[in-house]
Design a protein. Structure first.
Length: 196
C-alpha cells in the first residue's frame, strides 16, 4: 500500500506495532508514522481501499500455522468443547484465511472485526461468540496472543490463556495474576484439563 502511494517501505517490526485494532487503525497508524502528522481523510480512504485490495490478494501468502494447531483443535473439539474464533480482522479476510489453513471446521462460531459495531478489547465480540455457541460466557476461556485479547477477556470477566509464542511476545505483555500463559499450543489441552 505504502509503495503504491509513493512512500518508502517499512520493516515488519514497525507494522507489528500498528496491528491489532482493525484495518482502519492499521492504515491510519501507518500513514501517521510515514507522514509524521495526521493524514487527510481522503488519503486514509484511498489507502484503505488499496490495503484491502492488496491484502485480499495475499491473505494467506507467507502464512504458516504453528506446529500442532490442527491436532490440538481436533483434540479440543473431540472432547466436546465448543470452539470459536474471535478476531478484529474483517470477515472478508478471516473466512478465506481459515479455509486456506484448514481451520474452518473446528469452529462453531467465527466473529470477525466487522460483524459487530465493537471490536476487541470491548467484550461484545466474546459475548456474541458465546451466544452463537450456546454456552454461558462464564464457561468460556479466551486463548489469545495480544493485549486486546487480554483486555477483552478482562472486560468480559473470563479467564484468559495468553499464547506467549504468538503475535505479542513475552516482552510485549506484562505477566500478572489475572491470566495464565502457554508457551506452545501443545500446553493448551493440559491447561484446559482435556485428555489428548
Amino acid at each position: 500500500m505504502l509503495s503504491a502511494l509513493g512512500y518508502p517501505p517499512v520493516n515488519c517490526s514497525q507494522v507489528k506495532g500498528w496491528v491489532g485494532d482493525g484495518v482502519g487503525s492499521l492504515v491510519r497508524r501507518a500513514l501517521t508514522t510515514i507522514l509524521g502528522d495526521v493524514p487527510a481523510e481522503s488519503l486514509i480512504e484511498q489507502s484503505y481501499v488499496l490495503f484491502q485490495r492488496y491484502y485480499a490478494e495475499s491473505v494467506y501468502q507467507d502464512s504458516t500455522l504453528y506446529p500442532g494447531v490442527h491436532e490440538t483443535l481436533q483434540t479440543l473439539k473431540s472432547s466436546g468443547l465448543a470452539l470459536a474464533c474471535v478476531t478484529n480482522k474483517p470477515s472478508r479476510f478471516t473466512k478465506p484465511m481459515l479455509e486456506k489453513s484448514g481451520l474452518t471446521g473446528f469452529f462453531g462460531a467465527v466473529v470477525s472485526g466487522d460483524d459487530l459495531s465493537l471490536k476487541k478489547p470491548d467484550p461484545a465480540p466474546l459475548e456474541f461468540a458465546a451466544e452463537q455457541l450456546g454456552v454461558p460466557l462464564t464457561a468460556c476461556v479466551l486463548v489469545g496472543d495480544s493485549t486486546n485479547d487480554i483486555r477483552a477477556a478482562g472486560a468480559a470477566g473470563i479467564p484468559v490463556l495468553w499464547a506467549t509464542y504468538g503475535y505479542a511476545g513475552r516482552d510485549d505483555i506484562e505477566q500478572d495474576a489475572t491470566h495464565g500463559a502457554i508457551d506452545t499450543i501443545f500446553q493448551l489441552c493440559e491447561c484446559l484439563q482435556v485428555a489428548g
